[in-house]
Unconditional design. Structure first.
Length: 144
């Protein structure tokens, strides 16, 4: 290492190009990689767009549901105050509770369906691309 007191790099005389040339690396088709990456990005963009649109639709629908519930609650308050007897008030409150419960169940089911549909559409875009990519890789391997 230290010949005549000076440092000598042990790799100074090593020919890396000759060493690397002995390995047979497969040729990489850059255009194929760029095209596959473009398709992957397009699939991700489609999935993300689908997910965002689904979330927007769900948020809009939830807002509509809350607005309708508040309108029903306000109308119910007027109906109860307008009732002549205690029995009539109790009947209106029981009826309102029943309708509110049924609406909540229906709204929950509708939102669950919207979530499922949005997720299924986004997943379908990704699954389709994975299938394409698998076939592309198989075809590339078959060519060699």
């Amino acid at each position: 290492m230290y010949a005549n007191g000076a440092f000598k790099n042990p790799f100074a005389d090593f020919d890396f190009s000759k060493f690397a040339g002995e390995f047979k690396f497969p040729m990489v088709n850059v255009e194929t990689i760029v095209e596959a990456t473009r398709k992957n990005f397009a699939a991700l963009t489609t999935a993300n767009t689908t997910a965002v649109e689904s979330m927007k639709a769900i948020a809009q629908r939830q807002g509509d549901m809350v607005r309708a519930a508040m309108e029903d609650f306000s109308k119910h308050g007027s109906d109860v105050l307008g009732a002549a007897t205690v029995e009539e008030k109790a009947a209106k409150q029981i009826d309102f509770a029943k309708k509110s419960y049924e609406a909540a169940v229906a709204n929950t089911k509708e939102l669950a369906d919207l979530y499922s549909k949005g997720h299924a559409e986004a997943f379908a875009a990704l699954s389709h691309r994975v299938s394409e990519l698998t076939e592309e890789v198989k075809a590339a391997i078959a060519k060699k």
